[in-house]
Design a binder for this molecule. Structure first.
Ligand SMILES: Nc1nc2c(ncn2[C@@H]2O[C@H](COP(=O)(O)OP(=O)(O)OP(=O)(O)O)[C@@H](O)[C@H]2O)c(=O)[nH]1
Ligand SMILES: [Mg+2]
Length: 393
């Protein structure tokens, strides 16, 4: 699922990791004073003249050492004294650095990214992300989230990959994490009011509304809820029969009117029937419509106004690409979407629309459609999904 999106993201992680791991560290060039040079020289001499002979003495048999040691030390003292006099030291001074050693170690093992680095980096990967259907707004958000995590924070040069991957994962998760929809709670609340909860499925033509509604029905039935269908697509030929087909297979009653009837009235009747007969949930199928079709959008507004559904679920075909943002915005503006279902993720490797839609309308994904069977439903968990997206396999 989402092979291309996964690849583009993991390519991005790799590219930024390489940038950090392979870029030459900037040498810390500190001006070293004359005094410092002298101290360095003394230090070196100390090491050569004092430390080394001591080591040699240690290695020699114990019996010979006492004879040579005082002599050698005396000789060294003399030599050092004359050297210090030569370079202008009044008396022998213990080597004591007066200027701090430049701390080059830290800059060598760690790198701190600047805002410019991230901007430059995104110039290289942007096209790849757009190709996998992530809209520009979502790419910008990803960039912003990465900056929050990486700019001016030291990243290890060695093993930077893990840190970068985690930063990407968090950035993706932040876009996808738009809260949750507690289905059980909604149903419980409706029960308290002695009514059935009402969930309306809406969206563009052929996006997968009827299929998703049927999958969701089975999901609810497994949770022991009593489900009723409302055939509120009175517009497209054979839509009522299609819903009845699923109803028969799943053992779900369908409330229907004639073709051309008022969709709002169908849902209204279904809700009444549900309430009277102790159904937990009414799932309403509606006609596919273009957000540019004024009449059908007015019909949608009316059925929402009349029935006040507990959930308005926008069904978007993940193959849609860039238009998914336009669809999401227009449906959200018209009726206020509560949650999104993204379908056909099994046949779409690009998958970036999941980020685009979340970024556009800031609403949670309820589930992903992963095939044509009732069981092909993947309840959405942003954390798990982001992890899986960055898993790189
Ligand atoms: N592979 C795959 N196919 C899907 C998925 N969801 C729906 N489909 C298929 O998409 C086609 C359209 O699905 P429908 O459920 O009829 O779509 P719709 O939105 O109700 O269509 P209209 O009512 O005409 O607007 C059907 O062939 C479905 O089997 C999915 O997650 N994966
Ligand atoms: Mg349909």
């Amino acid at each position: 699922m989402f092979g291309m999106l996964k690849k583009k993201l993991s390519d991005s992680v790799k590219a930024l990791t390489e940038k950090i791991e392979k870029e030459e560290p900037k040498k810390v060039v500190k001006k070293v004073s004359k005094e410092k040079k002298v101290e360095k020289f003394i230090k070196k001499k100390h090491a050569e003249k004092i430390t080394k002979p001591k080591e040699i003495i240690k290695e020699k048999p114990k019996m010979e050492a006492p004879k040579e040691k005082p002599e050698m030390e005396k000789e060294l003292r003399e030599e050092k004294k004359s050297f210090l006099q030569k370079i202008g030291f009044k008396k022998e001074e213990k080597y004591k650095p007066t200027v701090e050693e430049p701390k080059e170690e830290k800059s060598f093992f760690q790198k701190s990214l600047k805002e410019n680095d991230i901007d430059e980096f995104f110039k290289d990967i942007e096209l790849g992300l757009l190709e996998s259907n992530i809209a520009l707004e979502a790419v910008d958000e990803l960039k912003k989230n990465l900056k929050e995590q990486l700019v001016d924070k030291p990243v290890s040069r060695v093993g930077a990959g893990k840190e970068i991957k985690i930063a990407f994962e968090k950035s993706v998760r932040k876009i996808l994490d738009q809260g949750t929809v507690d289905i059980d709670k909604i149903i419980r609340e409706a029960r308290k009011e002695n009514r059935s909860a009402c969930f309306v499925f809406l969206g563009f033509n052929g996006s997968g509304k009827t299929t998703s509604l049927s999958k969701f029905a089975q999901f609810l039935m497994k949770k022991k809820y009593r489900v009723l269908f409302a055939a509120a697509d009175t517009f497209r030929a054979a839509s009522i029969e299609q819903l009845e087909y699923h109803g028969n297979k799943l053992g779900i009653k369908v409330i229907k009117h004639q073709y051309g009837a008022d969709a709002a009235a169908v849902i209204f009747d279904a809700k009444k029937h549900g309430e009277k007969n102790n159904y937990d949930v009414v799932l309403a199928d509606t006609a596919g419509r273009s957000h540019a079709d004024k009449n059908l959008m007015d019909e949608l507004k009316k059925l929402v106004r009349v029935n006040k559904p507990d959930l308005k679920i926008l069904v978007i075909d993940s193959i849609t690409g860039n238009d998914s943002v336009e669809q999401a915005n227009r449906f959200n503006d018209a009726v206020g979407v509560d949650a999104v279902i993204l379908t056909k993720t099994d046949v779409n490797s690009k998958g970036g629309s999941i980020l685009s839609v979340c970024q556009a309308i800031k609403k949670p994904i309820l589930f992903l459609g992963t095939g044509q069977d009732y069981k092909d439903i993947d309840i959405f968990n942003p954390e798990k999904f982001a992890e899986e997206l960055l898993s790189g396999d």
